[in-house]
Design a protein around this ligand. Structure first.
Ligand SMILES: [Mg+2]
Length: 177
């Protein structure tokens, strides 16, 4: 089976990393968990994103619960492709952050190209994604989609995809495909 996964918000806790960054740098910030994109509504959001990505926070984002163990088990039996909307310049930091994970391929493609690369080039049997627009787009492209349901912004995505609350549910969910 060909498994493809997004990284931020699914495997790594990007939101917590950004909040830790704002605290560490003493940048006043109130996060609205209902909205996708932790930096999107920040004044000067591109400048603040660049500052976040320029530091060491991006090398050491935490894994969500058992994502590392579960994915390493799955990677022993399946292809595991990781595609993230981080810019290509962040590739080395992402490699470092994911060095304990046995993936088949890793791409940092930027926001604009992500959907096309997954739908046209990778063509996975299953996609793990948390961004609402992409959950819908991958579903419309005929891909089985699983989404983490612990983010308030993925509420209602059951229309297009299968929710999971914990990484330990993933092996059983794959069996029913
Ligand atoms: Mg994501």
């Amino acid at each position: 089976m060909k498994i493809c996964s997004d990284v931020d918000g699914v495997i790594l806790n990007y939101i917590q990393g950004f909040i830790d960054f704002t605290h560490g740098e003493k940048i006043p910030y109130t996060h609205d968990p209902e909205l996708y994109g932790v930096i999107r509504n920040f004044p000067d959001n591109e400048k603040i994103r660049d500052k976040f990505h320029a530091g060491d926070y991006l090398r050491q984002l935490n894994y969500f619960d058992d994502s590392l163990n579960i994915l390493n088990t799955l990677a022993g039996r399946h292809e595991l492709h990781l595609v993230t909307a981080l810019e290509p310049e962040q590739f080395q930091k992402r490699v470092e952050n994911l060095k304990a994970l046995n993936y088949t391929s890793l791409q940092c493609v930027g926001d604009f190209r992500k959907e096309q690369i997954i739908v046209e080039e990778i063509q996975p049997d299953v996609m793990l994604e948390d961004r609402p627009e992409l959950i819908e787009a991958f579903h419309n492209a005929g891909i089985n989609v699983f989404f983490p349901d612990w983010h308030p912004y993925t509420k209602g995505m059951e229309r297009y995809a299968t929710p999971f609350s914990h990484w330990q549910e993933i092996p059983d969910l794959l069996k029913i495909l």
